[in-house]
Design a protein around this ligand. Structure first.
Ligand SMILES: [Zn+2]
Ligand SMILES: [Zn+2]
Length: 142
């Protein structure tokens, strides 16, 4: 797990902090690989603003053809932090530390589409023989 300690930062008025972290979320469920968070933290008169871009690749199964599907995801986070929480709960802060793993996992989970497709025009499975119609027409008379 990776954390970003913001205890000292919270006392440094006018300071800013750039971060760029690659996280290993390969053990997560659903599996997010190539998870990364990069952005900027600013302290403006004691108010901490957090802006970041979260990216990741979700390894899922296509809802239509049941083949593996890889989904690139990207989420923008923009919130105000205290040492205990974020304004909109999009960032997990505990005791002056940002939990980057949890923040990234939650952001990617929320970005997952309701229906996961391997491609926009996936043809799915043949209702009579169950074969993957993306591989071609098997000449079934449905
Ligand atoms: Zn599919
Ligand atoms: Zn068929």
């Amino acid at each position: 797990m990776k954390f970003l300690d913001i205890n000292d930062f919270s006392r440094r008025d006018g300071d800013s902090l750039l971060f760029d972290e690659v996280l290993d979320l390969s053990g997560s469920d659903p599996v997010f690989s190539e998870a990364r968070i990069c952005g900027k933290l600013r302290n403006v008169v004691g108010v901490m603003t957090f802006r970041a871009t979260v990216t990741g690749l979700c390894s899922a199964v296509c809802d239509r053809c049941l083949e593996p599907a890889l989904l690139p995801l990207e989420v923008e986070l923009n919130t105000v932090l205290t040492l205990e929480s974020s304004e909109d709960d999009s960032v997990t802060v505990e005791g002056g530390k940002i939990n980057l793993d949890k923040t990234v996992y939650d952001a990617l989970l929320l970005a997952l589409p309701f229906k996961i497709l391997c491609k926009e025009d996936c043809l799915g499975l043949c209702p009579s023989c169950g074969k993957n119609l993306n591989d071609g027409d098997y000449g079934c008379s449905n």
